[in-house]
Design a protein. Structure first.
Length: 163
């Protein structure tokens, strides 16, 4: 099991026993994972879809994709001091009433009310999809036992936040 901790624009990658670790700059994050055979990097200009578990990264930040809605908007999660931040993108035509933004708003209000009250903006602009490269996990080396990559955003939300 691996996990990632955010520290400004550096990502710390630990193994389960916390003995082996290293720091990877966010701009190199996908390349780092790819060099170990965990998946592939897809340049921003070649991205055609977003699946739960995809990682979006650039020289300043890393986001995890929770899912893509029917209207094309994408639900993202990342850490932002002092807590978890769930955000939604607009649709490709700039509609700010996207399914992802609506979902992010509801999730932040319900599950992270203190953070939401302090920082109520849950939308990110469309550049979060056009200016970030994508890392997609290789299912032959990293098993997807819960078949997360084919779940809808609603299914992912239900798994992360059971009622």
């Amino acid at each position: 099991m691996f996990w990632i901790c955010r520290l400004d624009d550096l990502q710390t990658f630990y193994n389960e026993n916390e003995k082996d670790n290293l720091v990877v700059h966010s701009g190199n994050f996908g390349t780092f994972l790819s060099s170990r055979g965990y998946g592939e990097v897809i340049p921003s200009s070649e991205i055609t879809s977003y699946q739960p578990g995809d990682i979006l990264f650039n020289n300043g930040h890393v986001y995890f994709v929770l899912g893509q809605y029917d209207d094309g908007s994408v639900l993202l999660v990342h850490s932002a001091p002092p807590g978890v931040r769930i955000s939604g993108t607009p649709t490709a035509d700039g509609n700010l009433h996207s399914q992802a933004i609506s979902s992010a708003d509801q999730l932040m209000k319900e599950h992270y009310p203190d953070f939401y009250n302090r920082y109520p903006a849950v939308s990110v602009d469309f550049s979060f999809l056009t200016d970030y490269d994508q890392f997609r996990w290789n299912e032959s080396t990293m098993s997807d036992v819960n078949v997360m990559s084919s779940k809808t955003p609603e299914d992912i939300i239900s798994m992360l936040f059971p009622s």
